[in-house]
Design a binder for this molecule. Sequence first.
Ligand SMILES: [Zn+2]
Length: 333
Amino acid sequence: MKKRFSLIDTALFLVMSLSFVSALTRSPQAAPGRHAARGVFNRPEIVEAEEEAEVVKSGFFRIPLPEGTEESSVKVTEDLFNKKILIEISGVDDAFFKNNAFSGDISGIADVKYGYYGGVSTVELDTETVSVYESEFTENSFYLRVSNIHDVYEKVIAVDAGHCGDDTGSVVYGVEERNITSGVAGLLKDKLSSENYYVILTASAEENRSEEERAEIVNLCKADLLITLHTGADPDTRVTNGVEAGCSNGLRDLCKHVTRRISKACSEKDLGIKDIRYPGVTKYTRVPFILLKLGYITNRKEAENMNSPDYRERAAEAIKEAVTEWFDAEKNG
Ligand SMILES: [Zn+2]
Protein backbone atom coordinates (compact mmCIF):
# COMPACT_ATOMS: atom_id res chain seq x y z
CA MET A 1 0.00 0.00 0.00
CA LYS A 2 1.67 3.15 -1.20
CA LYS A 3 0.26 6.59 -0.96
CA ARG A 4 1.49 9.47 -3.03
CA PHE A 5 1.97 12.75 -1.28
CA SER A 6 -0.62 15.06 -2.83
CA LEU A 7 0.47 18.43 -4.15
CA ILE A 8 -1.38 20.21 -1.39
CA ASP A 9 0.24 18.01 1.24
CA THR A 10 3.61 18.67 -0.33
CA ALA A 11 3.11 22.43 -0.45
CA LEU A 12 1.85 22.43 3.12
CA PHE A 13 4.73 20.34 4.26
CA LEU A 14 7.25 22.61 2.55
CA VAL A 15 5.77 25.61 4.32
CA MET A 16 5.91 23.79 7.61
CA SER A 17 9.44 22.54 6.98
CA LEU A 18 10.57 26.09 6.37
CA SER A 19 9.00 27.37 9.56
CA PHE A 20 10.43 24.36 11.32
CA VAL A 21 13.94 25.11 10.09
CA SER A 22 13.60 28.72 11.16
CA ALA A 23 12.31 27.54 14.54
CA LEU A 24 15.45 25.43 14.83
CA THR A 25 17.76 28.30 14.05
CA ARG A 26 16.02 30.45 16.60
CA SER A 27 16.17 27.80 19.29
CA PRO A 28 18.83 28.42 21.92
CA GLN A 29 19.29 24.63 22.09
CA ALA A 30 20.12 24.39 18.39
CA ALA A 31 23.80 23.64 18.97
CA PRO A 32 24.43 20.07 17.81
CA GLY A 33 25.85 17.52 20.17
CA ARG A 34 24.24 18.99 23.27
CA HIS A 35 24.92 16.77 26.25
CA ALA A 36 21.65 15.64 27.77
CA ALA A 37 20.67 13.20 30.47
CA ARG A 38 20.52 10.42 27.94
CA GLY A 39 23.81 11.17 26.21
CA VAL A 40 24.48 13.33 23.20
CA PHE A 41 21.55 14.54 21.16
CA ASN A 42 21.62 15.06 17.42
CA ARG A 43 19.10 16.55 15.04
CA PRO A 44 17.68 14.20 12.42
CA GLU A 45 17.23 15.04 8.80
CA ILE A 46 13.54 15.71 8.20
CA VAL A 47 12.53 15.43 4.57
CA GLU A 48 9.52 15.74 2.41
CA ALA A 49 8.42 12.23 1.51
CA GLU A 50 9.44 11.31 -2.01
CA GLU A 51 6.87 10.27 -4.55
CA GLU A 52 7.34 6.54 -4.18
CA ALA A 53 8.61 6.67 -0.64
CA GLU A 54 7.32 4.69 2.29
CA VAL A 55 3.67 4.99 3.14
CA VAL A 56 3.07 8.39 4.64
CA LYS A 57 0.07 8.66 6.91
CA SER A 58 -1.52 12.01 6.27
CA GLY A 59 -1.19 14.36 9.22
CA PHE A 60 1.34 12.16 10.99
CA PHE A 61 5.04 12.54 11.68
CA ARG A 62 7.06 9.50 10.66
CA ILE A 63 10.00 8.09 12.55
CA PRO A 64 11.75 5.46 10.43
CA LEU A 65 12.44 2.07 12.01
CA PRO A 66 14.71 -0.71 10.78
CA GLU A 67 12.92 -3.60 9.08
CA GLY A 68 11.85 -6.17 11.67
CA THR A 69 11.60 -3.84 14.68
CA GLU A 70 9.14 -5.27 17.20
CA GLU A 71 6.31 -3.04 18.42
CA SER A 72 7.27 -3.91 22.00
CA SER A 73 10.65 -2.26 21.56
CA VAL A 74 9.03 1.16 21.09
CA LYS A 75 8.03 2.95 24.27
CA VAL A 76 6.42 6.39 24.38
CA THR A 77 6.46 8.62 27.46
CA GLU A 78 4.74 11.98 27.82
CA ASP A 79 6.49 14.59 29.90
CA LEU A 80 3.81 17.24 30.31
CA PHE A 81 5.87 19.40 32.64
CA ASN A 82 8.53 19.86 29.98
CA LYS A 83 6.19 19.71 26.97
CA LYS A 84 8.06 16.69 25.61
CA ILE A 85 7.16 13.35 24.10
CA LEU A 86 9.95 10.78 24.36
CA ILE A 87 10.03 7.79 22.03
CA GLU A 88 12.49 5.15 23.23
CA ILE A 89 13.43 2.50 20.73
CA SER A 90 15.53 -0.33 22.07
CA GLY A 91 17.96 -2.21 19.88
CA VAL A 92 18.27 0.60 17.31
CA ASP A 93 21.45 2.67 17.35
CA ASP A 94 21.81 6.25 16.25
CA ALA A 95 23.67 5.36 13.04
CA PHE A 96 20.30 4.25 11.68
CA PHE A 97 18.83 7.72 12.20
CA LYS A 98 21.88 9.33 10.63
CA ASN A 99 21.16 7.37 7.48
CA ASN A 100 17.36 7.41 7.48
CA ALA A 101 15.45 10.65 7.40
CA PHE A 102 12.32 11.45 9.36
CA SER A 103 9.33 12.71 7.37
CA GLY A 104 5.71 13.75 7.47
CA ASP A 105 3.70 16.36 9.28
CA ILE A 106 5.48 18.25 12.03
CA SER A 107 2.59 20.46 13.08
CA GLY A 108 2.46 20.92 16.84
CA ILE A 109 6.11 19.90 17.10
CA ALA A 110 8.65 22.61 17.91
CA ASP A 111 11.83 20.54 17.83
CA VAL A 112 13.07 16.99 17.18
CA LYS A 113 16.25 15.44 18.53
CA TYR A 114 17.56 11.93 18.89
CA GLY A 115 20.23 10.35 20.99
CA TYR A 116 21.61 6.92 21.79
CA TYR A 117 22.49 5.67 25.22
CA GLY A 118 22.76 2.21 26.76
CA GLY A 119 21.41 0.34 23.73
CA VAL A 120 18.35 2.56 23.45
CA SER A 121 17.71 5.34 20.96
CA THR A 122 15.56 8.16 22.23
CA VAL A 123 13.71 10.50 19.92
CA GLU A 124 12.73 13.60 21.82
CA LEU A 125 9.90 15.76 20.51
CA ASP A 126 9.36 19.21 21.98
CA THR A 127 5.71 20.07 21.52
CA GLU A 128 4.46 23.61 21.03
CA THR A 129 1.78 23.33 23.71
CA VAL A 130 0.87 20.72 26.31
CA SER A 131 -0.13 17.94 23.96
CA VAL A 132 -1.50 14.46 23.67
CA TYR A 133 -0.54 12.08 20.89
CA GLU A 134 -1.93 9.32 18.74
CA SER A 135 0.45 6.77 17.33
CA GLU A 136 0.58 3.89 14.91
CA PHE A 137 3.23 1.27 14.48
CA THR A 138 4.00 -0.44 11.20
CA GLU A 139 6.88 -2.74 10.33
CA ASN A 140 9.24 0.08 9.41
CA SER A 141 7.62 3.23 10.73
CA PHE A 142 6.38 4.75 13.93
CA TYR A 143 3.76 7.40 13.20
CA LEU A 144 2.81 10.06 15.64
CA ARG A 145 0.30 12.88 15.59
CA VAL A 146 0.50 15.54 18.24
CA SER A 147 -2.56 17.57 19.28
CA ASN A 148 -3.19 20.34 21.75
CA ILE A 149 -5.14 18.88 24.71
CA HIS A 150 -7.91 21.46 24.27
CA ASP A 151 -8.53 20.27 20.69
CA VAL A 152 -9.09 16.72 21.90
CA TYR A 153 -10.83 17.15 25.26
CA GLU A 154 -13.82 19.31 26.09
CA LYS A 155 -12.36 20.37 29.44
CA VAL A 156 -8.92 20.30 30.99
CA ILE A 157 -8.95 20.06 34.78
CA ALA A 158 -5.93 20.45 37.04
CA VAL A 159 -6.08 18.71 40.41
CA ASP A 160 -3.63 19.93 43.04
CA ALA A 161 -3.15 18.15 46.38
CA GLY A 162 -2.16 21.39 48.14
CA HIS A 163 0.93 19.82 49.73
CA CYS A 164 3.48 17.34 48.44
CA GLY A 165 6.99 16.02 49.01
CA ASP A 166 8.60 17.31 52.20
CA ASP A 167 5.69 19.71 52.73
CA THR A 168 3.27 17.65 54.81
CA GLY A 169 0.87 20.51 55.48
CA SER A 170 -0.73 20.36 58.93
CA VAL A 171 0.00 17.32 61.09
CA VAL A 172 -2.46 16.89 63.96
CA TYR A 173 -3.28 13.77 66.01
CA GLY A 174 -0.72 11.93 63.84
CA VAL A 175 -2.82 12.67 60.75
CA GLU A 176 -1.09 14.38 57.82
CA GLU A 177 -2.88 16.87 55.62
CA ARG A 178 -0.71 15.84 52.64
CA ASN A 179 -1.89 12.23 52.86
CA ILE A 180 -5.54 13.23 52.98
CA THR A 181 -5.35 15.69 50.08
CA SER A 182 -3.14 13.53 47.85
CA GLY A 183 -5.39 10.53 48.51
CA VAL A 184 -8.47 12.46 47.44
CA ALA A 185 -6.59 14.05 44.50
CA GLY A 186 -5.55 10.64 43.10
CA LEU A 187 -9.11 9.29 43.31
CA LEU A 188 -10.50 12.49 41.83
CA LYS A 189 -8.11 12.28 38.89
CA ASP A 190 -9.29 8.74 38.05
CA LYS A 191 -12.94 9.65 38.44
CA LEU A 192 -12.80 12.81 36.31
CA SER A 193 -10.65 11.06 33.67
CA SER A 194 -13.32 8.39 33.29
CA GLU A 195 -15.79 11.22 32.52
CA ASN A 196 -13.54 12.00 29.57
CA TYR A 197 -12.00 15.17 30.96
CA TYR A 198 -8.28 15.62 30.58
CA VAL A 199 -6.96 15.68 34.13
CA ILE A 200 -3.54 16.79 35.26
CA LEU A 201 -2.28 16.00 38.74
CA THR A 202 0.15 18.79 39.58
CA ALA A 203 2.27 16.44 41.72
CA SER A 204 2.25 13.06 43.40
CA ALA A 205 2.49 12.88 47.21
CA GLU A 206 6.20 11.99 47.07
CA GLU A 207 7.30 14.63 44.59
CA ASN A 208 8.98 17.74 45.89
CA ARG A 209 7.37 20.32 43.67
CA SER A 210 7.00 23.91 44.79
CA GLU A 211 3.78 25.88 44.48
CA GLU A 212 5.36 27.91 41.66
CA GLU A 213 6.28 24.75 39.73
CA ARG A 214 2.83 23.25 40.19
CA ALA A 215 1.24 26.53 39.12
CA GLU A 216 3.41 26.61 36.02
CA ILE A 217 1.93 23.40 34.64
CA VAL A 218 -1.59 24.63 35.43
CA ASN A 219 -0.93 27.85 33.49
CA LEU A 220 0.87 26.04 30.68
CA CYS A 221 -2.13 23.74 30.19
CA LYS A 222 -4.53 26.69 30.39
CA ALA A 223 -6.69 24.50 32.61
CA ASP A 224 -10.41 25.24 32.43
CA LEU A 225 -10.61 24.56 36.15
CA LEU A 226 -8.13 24.11 38.97
CA ILE A 227 -9.24 22.21 42.04
CA THR A 228 -6.77 22.61 44.89
CA LEU A 229 -7.30 20.59 48.07
CA HIS A 230 -6.50 21.44 51.68
CA THR A 231 -7.77 20.81 55.17
CA GLY A 232 -8.71 23.56 57.59
CA ALA A 233 -7.01 24.27 60.91
CA ASP A 234 -8.31 26.30 63.85
CA PRO A 235 -7.19 26.65 67.49
CA ASP A 236 -10.81 26.05 68.47
CA THR A 237 -10.34 22.31 68.04
CA ARG A 238 -13.64 21.16 69.50
CA VAL A 239 -16.06 23.44 67.78
CA THR A 240 -14.67 24.29 64.37
CA ASN A 241 -15.45 21.60 61.84
CA GLY A 242 -16.97 21.27 58.41
CA VAL A 243 -16.16 21.63 54.73
CA GLU A 244 -15.53 25.06 53.25
CA ALA A 245 -14.15 26.56 50.07
CA GLY A 246 -12.94 29.65 48.29
CA CYS A 247 -12.97 30.34 44.58
CA SER A 248 -12.12 32.73 41.78
CA ASN A 249 -14.71 35.18 40.50
CA GLY A 250 -17.52 33.51 38.64
CA LEU A 251 -17.26 30.13 40.35
CA ARG A 252 -19.37 30.80 43.45
CA ASP A 253 -22.19 28.55 42.28
CA LEU A 254 -19.84 25.67 41.56
CA CYS A 255 -18.11 26.24 44.87
CA LYS A 256 -21.35 26.10 46.87
CA HIS A 257 -22.45 23.06 44.91
CA VAL A 258 -19.21 21.23 45.74
CA THR A 259 -19.28 21.92 49.50
CA ARG A 260 -22.96 20.95 49.66
CA ARG A 261 -22.20 17.67 47.90
CA ILE A 262 -19.23 16.83 50.14
CA SER A 263 -21.16 17.80 53.25
CA LYS A 264 -23.94 15.40 52.30
CA ALA A 265 -21.68 12.54 51.21
CA CYS A 266 -19.36 12.77 54.22
CA SER A 267 -21.86 13.87 56.91
CA GLU A 268 -19.97 17.08 57.55
CA LYS A 269 -21.15 20.58 58.35
CA ASP A 270 -21.38 22.76 55.22
CA LEU A 271 -19.53 26.00 55.95
CA GLY A 272 -19.87 27.19 52.35
CA ILE A 273 -17.68 29.92 50.90
CA LYS A 274 -15.12 31.52 53.19
CA ASP A 275 -12.32 34.04 52.69
CA ILE A 276 -9.15 32.36 51.52
CA ARG A 277 -6.40 33.00 54.04
CA TYR A 278 -3.99 30.46 52.55
CA PRO A 279 -4.12 30.81 48.77
CA GLY A 280 -1.44 28.14 48.13
CA VAL A 281 -0.86 27.39 44.47
CA THR A 282 -3.53 29.92 43.42
CA LYS A 283 -1.11 32.73 44.27
CA TYR A 284 0.61 31.88 40.99
CA THR A 285 -2.13 30.50 38.74
CA ARG A 286 -4.12 32.41 36.15
CA VAL A 287 -7.06 30.03 35.66
CA PRO A 288 -10.48 29.65 37.35
CA PHE A 289 -10.12 27.75 40.61
CA ILE A 290 -11.83 26.36 43.64
CA LEU A 291 -9.82 25.88 46.83
CA LEU A 292 -11.44 23.24 49.01
CA LYS A 293 -10.91 22.67 52.70
CA LEU A 294 -12.15 19.13 52.99
CA GLY A 295 -12.61 19.34 56.74
CA TYR A 296 -10.90 20.61 59.91
CA ILE A 297 -7.84 18.55 60.76
CA THR A 298 -7.70 20.23 64.20
CA ASN A 299 -11.01 18.62 65.09
CA ARG A 300 -10.14 15.11 66.24
CA LYS A 301 -13.29 13.47 64.94
CA GLU A 302 -12.94 15.13 61.55
CA ALA A 303 -9.20 14.36 61.33
CA GLU A 304 -9.87 10.67 61.94
CA ASN A 305 -12.77 10.73 59.54
CA MET A 306 -10.68 12.32 56.74
CA ASN A 307 -7.92 9.81 57.37
CA SER A 308 -10.15 6.89 56.37
CA PRO A 309 -10.24 5.45 52.82
CA ASP A 310 -14.04 5.51 52.96
CA TYR A 311 -14.07 9.29 53.52
CA ARG A 312 -11.65 9.89 50.64
CA GLU A 313 -13.74 7.82 48.28
CA ARG A 314 -16.94 9.67 49.25
CA ALA A 315 -15.30 13.09 49.03
CA ALA A 316 -13.73 12.41 45.62
CA GLU A 317 -17.02 11.05 44.27
CA ALA A 318 -18.91 14.09 45.59
CA ILE A 319 -16.47 16.53 43.94
CA LYS A 320 -16.60 14.62 40.66
CA GLU A 321 -20.41 14.63 40.67
CA ALA A 322 -20.60 18.34 41.43
CA VAL A 323 -18.04 19.32 38.77
CA THR A 324 -19.59 17.08 36.11
CA GLU A 325 -23.09 18.44 36.79
CA TRP A 326 -21.81 21.99 36.66
CA PHE A 327 -19.99 21.51 33.35
CA ASP A 328 -23.02 19.67 31.92
CA ALA A 329 -25.32 22.50 32.97
CA GLU A 330 -22.96 25.00 31.37
CA LYS A 331 -22.93 22.99 28.15
CA ASN A 332 -26.73 22.70 28.04
CA GLY A 333 -27.14 26.43 28.72
ZN1 LIG B 1 -3.06 23.09 53.32
